[in-house]
Design a protein. Structure first.
Length: 638
């Protein structure tokens, strides 16, 4: 397998494929001086010396020495400024099973995907794209190109095209979409963890241990046991202290019963839901601001007073002259706008009311002018960022409006959570989303004094530090804690060693506050790795369990000996995988099964058939074992 990228996700994905799935991986990265994120995950796994040995054996493409005749190593690192057809050929693209393109730029990934499909139409492609709509079109285009190439191969008498046609699939994923729900849920106490994809919605909730005498609701399934320190607000995140028990994924009934005093992650709901429906309405979702925000409070009262005067004059005229109320109102409006004839021959009451109507009309002119000016000012300010209001409190301060921050912002507003954003770049991609959602934004460097104060950090509920720089996130969190020691903080940290050190230090310094650390690449890499194994398994999403990851996948039972012909109880393997639900739509995959039934309360005695499609939860190594590629190679080698 080949992994191409220019940031931490590429290194994390290569490590996932190599160490969890046992695949042979070639990693294509920019030259060392251009590589922003070194492969710290490999160092953490204790294989840095092996990686350096591989790097020394690979030709440095940046030297411009041309293409070497010596083939690239099966598990090596290849440096290249641009992913051209020659670089793909040197990396083994003509004989590879799958190719992952996880560059940070969408255009680079699309260009490389078109090149790879032309080089090898049978290659399985996994693309990282931020643009969802464009990703759907690119996926259809590349799949169509692969199908046409397979038909051409059949016409030429090459039977291999028919055998491998199903493997030449294209999958488009977004690390931002994968990680955003987990990051948003971590920042808000009591918010459930949600995986929502292609109409299928899975909801899990983190529960603290019940009080003495209370019985906890087991939900549908217990997905994980939290660390022994999870009852401590500053605990969890898998801290490895003396006598501490780390998180345990997919425990059996005996383990759940024996784990007294430990929190749990419980599956609460599995259902179909239309993906275009937000989870809650939220306020200020449209581009046009609400009517009440167009005019100030004082102006609204002035308009109401004018309307009251008009009604009073119309009633008085109807009583004084005996006219019908509708006709009296019409005459009053004519007098108000000074377009009626003078009432010189009418009664004294009619003349007095006409003079009063004219006076009210004179007062109405400046009020109407003020309303027009205020409305224009409101629409004009709608194109600029809003400032945090004075009385704001209990909100979430979000640092960084890049790809990840924008998705998290959208998710928080779907949950109707008040947010204040802090962004240093006035051209950041998330500013347009913030303006559309009418979210206050503070423009400035978070490391400068006064920026977090402008975001009302002293009255905030939580701080989400999601910039791409670990040190910037740490500095912001430390400053936020100095302002408010009990502030709930969530850091985006890539390096596992650095995250562990930061977590333990913050926990020791602030034992009464909640600290969480999350890595976007750590949350997204399992989904990308599962997609590289083929489309027969659809990775629905991931949820974090402290510093570990639990995957949700949908697959056909046929071909998996661990599932086919076994009961649901027999198919369950503690710590590896558990069948959660059965899609009863005959021949309908999950992504097309909006109208089909979903049976989530399967009896333990139900026998899984080859044609069944199931939704299951799995650990990273459990899914790798279930897919069977690693085990198949081990048997072949033996």
């Amino acid at each position: 397998m080949i992994v191409c990228g220019d940031d931490g996700l590429a290194h994390r994905l290569a490590h996932e494929l190599r160490n969890v799935y046992g695949e042979q991986v070639t990693l294509v990265v920019p030259p060392s001086e251009r590589n922003v994120r070194p492969p710290v995950i490999v160092r953490a796994a204790g294989t840095a010396s092996a990686l350096l040995d591989r790097v020394s054996a690979v030709v440095n493409r940046a030297a411009g020495n041309g293409t070497t005749t010596e083939p690239a190593l099966s598990e090596g690192v290849l440096e290249a400024v641009e992913l051209t057809e020659a670089v793909l050929a040197e990396a083994g693209g003509e004989r590879a099973a799958a190719l992952a393109l996880v560059y940070d730029d969408d255009e680079t990934n699309i260009r490389a995907a078109l090149t790879a499909r032309r080089l090898n139409p049978r290659l399985r492609l996994v693309l990282r794209l931020y643009n969802r709509r464009l990703g759907q079109h690119i996926e259809e285009l590349l799949d169509q190109a692969s199908a046409l190439a397979a038909v051409a191969a059949l016409d030429e008498g090459d039977g291999s095209g028919a055998d491998r046609r199903v493997d030449a699939s294209t999958t488009v994923l977004s690390d931002a979409d994968t990680a955003a729900p987990a990051l948003a849920a971590t920042a808000i106490t009591g918010t459930s963890k949600v995986v929502q994809t292609d109409g299928l919605l899975l909801r899990a909730v983190e529960r603290q241990p019940p009080a003495p005498g209370e019985v906890a609701d087991p939900g549908l399934y217990t997905l994980a046991l939290l660390s022994a320190t999870s009852s401590d607000p500053a605990g969890a995140d898998g801290s490895e202290s003396s006598g501490d028990q780390g998180p345990r994924l997919l425990p059996d009934a005996a383990a759940v019963a024996a784990a007294t005093g430990r929190g749990t992650v419980v599956l609460q709901q599995v259902s179909y839901a239309y993906s275009g429906t937000s989870m809650s309405g939220g306020r200020g979702r449209g581009v046009v601001p609400p009517f009440a925000s167009l005019f100030s409070r004082r102006l609204r009262w002035s308009l109401a007073g004018m309307a009251g005067c008009v009604i009073a004059l119309a009633v008085a005229l109807s009583v004084a002259t005996g006219d019908h109320p509708v006709h009296a109102t019409y005459l009053t409006l004519l007098d108000l706008f000074a377009i009626n004839d003078p009432a010189r021959g009418d009664s004294m009451a009619r003349q007095i009311l006409q003079l009063l109507s004219g006076l009210v009309g004179l007062l109405l002119l400046p009020v109407l002018l003020a309303a027009v000016l205020e409305a224009l000012g409101t629409f004009r300010s709608g194109s600029a960022v809003r400032k945090p209001p004075r009385g704001l409190g209990g909100h979430v301060v979000l640092l960084g409006l890049g790809k990840i921050g924008t998705r998290v912002l959208t998710r928080l507003r779907e949950l109707n959570i008040p947010v204040v954003c802090v962004e240093a770049d006035p051209e950041a991609r998330g500013l347009a989303t913030a303006r559309r959602l009418r979210v206050p934004v503070v423009l400035g460097d978070v490391t400068q004094e006064g920026v977090l104060e402008a975001a009302k950090i002293n009255r905030a509920q939580a701080l989400l530090a999601l910039t791409s720089a670990d040190t910037t996130n740490l500095e912001a969190v430390l400053y936020g804690r100095s302002v408010r020691p009990d502030l709930r903080v969530v850091l985006r940290l890539y390096d596992d060693d650095f995250a562990t050190a930061v977590y333990r230090t913050l926990r020791a310094a602030h034992p009464g506050a909640t600290t969480r650390s999350r890595s976007v690449s750590h949350l997204a890499a399992p989904a990308f790795a599962g997609a590289m194994m083929g489309r027969q398994t659809q990775i629905l999403g991931t949820i974090p369990v402290e510093r570990r990851v639990l995957l949700f996948a949908a697959m056909r039972v046929g071909g998996h000996v661990e599932l086919e012909g076994r009961t649901v109880g027999e198919a369950f393997r503690a710590g590896a995988w558990r069948v959660l639900a059965l899609d009863t739509g005959v021949g309908a995959p999950v992504e097309e099964g909006r109208g089909s039934g979903l049976v989530w309360d399967l009896p333990e005695t139900y026998v899984l058939r080859a044609e069944d499609r199931v939704v299951l939860a799995a650990t990273r190594r459990g899914l790798a074992e279930l897919l069977g590629r690693r085990r198949g190679r081990d048997r072949a080698g033996a």
